[in-house]
Design a protein around this ligand. Structure first.
Ligand code: LRH
Ligand code: MN
Ligand code: MN
Length: 426
């Protein structure tokens, strides 16, 4: 299924007038309040978020997997799906591959397909949390941290291989997430596990091309429940610092203990120039991988406030790799991803409405009430017409969910791929 210009124009036609009315009303109000509406819209248009290849099919729960009809089962089909998302939203111009699930058989053909859909290859992910059939060593007791040198070596070589694959596609970073840790007290020596991990990462880092980054993801628990080797941003930052200036911390919103102040983590990492990437999702209890903004939209906005501040004030921090890291058990994965993209754009647009100068002045006056008014004034603004306009300007649709449904995309995919499909991935 490929979305073309005619599809887009047809679905926009009936709601264009409504959109124009809503936009004019909001733009007027914002302009009167000193906002540069066109600047905000072009920032929204430029903002692109990578889609992880594993989020295009139905994800597994810990107790089962209920596949979704018409799921993509090849890399080509996964790219097609990202192409649909990008054509509608103009926000999903990148894909993040996971190796070995997504090894291309024909690199030139895959690159050509991605080019034709205007999709770039974002960070490539390694996988040392599952045993592969052909593997001689097992990761049951860890990978880069394992006490057995042969296991560590296998995991290092895999990461080096992933870099080579990503390089052929034009990726510029490697994301490492480890499941390494322990389930019971005494099972691991914390210091040995950490040092082994540091040394293994250094070996991988040596194989990183000059213009690449290494992004180190952290997570406090699961699948190991007593300890995780890279448990938090502090551990990730120490490891990144130990590797060198091309290594950074990656923040996944679901990888925190309840009530962690993620916006503060994001802020300080940017100050130190060490925030490399971001995985968006939402959660109620843990690493729930739910639709972005579905549970704690205000927290997402506060995080974006820090990200916007960092992008404007921390030139020492590189451009970030943005990705959605979600999983879908009850929704159509593509509809869920559209909702996530919308929530990200919404939080970003609201954060762009914060008057940073006014906020700084209120902070200097210790006017706590004013500080809160400034933040919540921006948060309470319905910015959806701005996002619609940004999409429209880039050739996308006003309402992606409605367009997806009126174009009957899922049924087209079922016709092409069949009802009983199994996506490769988590
Ligand atoms: C596990 C996880 C992690 C990675 C992804 C591949 O927690 O969701 O966030 O990025 O798997
Ligand atoms: Mn993640
Ligand atoms: Mn996760």
């Amino acid at each position: 299924m490929k979305i073309n210009k005619e599809h887009i124009q047809n679905t926009n036609k009936s709601i264009l007038e409504d959109h124009n009315d809503n936009f004019d009303f909001l733009a007027n109000k914002l302009t009167k309040n000193g906002h540069k509406v066109e600047e905000i819209i072009s920032k929204l248009s430029e903002f692109q978020v990578a889609i992880p290849s594993w989020a295009l099919g139905a994800g597994g729960t810990r107790f089962g997997r209920f596949s979704f009809y018409g799921e993509p089962s090849t890399l080509e089909q996964k790219l097609e799906d990202v192409g649909v998302l990008h054509a509608l939203t103009q926000t999903a111009g990148a894909v993040s591959l996971h190796i070995p699930w997504d090894v291309p058989s024909d690199y030139a053909a895959i690159k050509q397909q991605a080019d034709s859909l205007h999709i770039k290859f974002d960070s490539v992910n390694s996988n040392t949390f599952q045993d592969q059939k052909s593997a001689s060593e097992s990761y049951k007791y860890g990978s880069l941290s394992n006490t057995n040198k042969d296991v560590r070596e296998q995991a290092i070589q895999h990461n080096l291989e992933v870099i080579k694959i990503g390089d052929k596609l034009g990726s510029k970073s490697l994301t490492v997430w480890l499941a390494d840790g322990s389930c019971f007290p005494g099972q691991n020596n914390f210091q040995t596990a950490f040092q082994n991990t540091q040394n293994s990462l250094k070996d991988i880092y040596k194989g990183l091309p000059e213009d690449w980054k290494m992004l180190i993801e952290y997570k406090p628990y699961e699948p190991n429940f007593y300890s995780t080797v890279i448990q938090d941003w502090g551990a990730s930052l120490m490891l990144a610092n130990g590797c060198g200036e091309k290594a950074f911390t990656l923040v996944d919103l679901g990888h925190h203990l309840p009530n962690s102040n993620i916006e503060q983590i994001v802020s300080i990492l940017q100050l130190k120039g060490k925030l490399g990437g971001f995985h968006f999702n939402d959660s109620k209890y843990g690493d729930d991988d739910l639709t972005v903004g579905s549970i704690k939209p205000y927290a997402l906005f506060l995080i974006f406030n820090e990200l916007v501040y960092g992008m404007q004030n921390n030139p020492q921090n590189p451009d970030l790799a943005w990705m959605i890291d979600a999983s879908h058990n009850v929704k159509d994965p593509l509809e869920d991803l559209i909702q996530s993209l919308e929530a990200i754009q919404e939080a970003f647009a609201k954060a762009l409405l914060i008057d940073q100068e006014e906020l700084k002045a209120a902070q200097l006056d210790n006017d706590v009430v004013k500080c809160q008014e400034i933040l919540q004034g921006a948060y309470r603004t319905d910015v959806r017409p701005l996002i619609e306009r940004a999409r429209l300007n880039s050739g996308g649709v006003i309402s992606p969910i409605n367009a997806y449904r009126s174009l009957d995309v899922r049924n087209q995919l079922i016709k092409e791929r069949g009802r009983n499909t199994v996506a490769t991935g988590l």
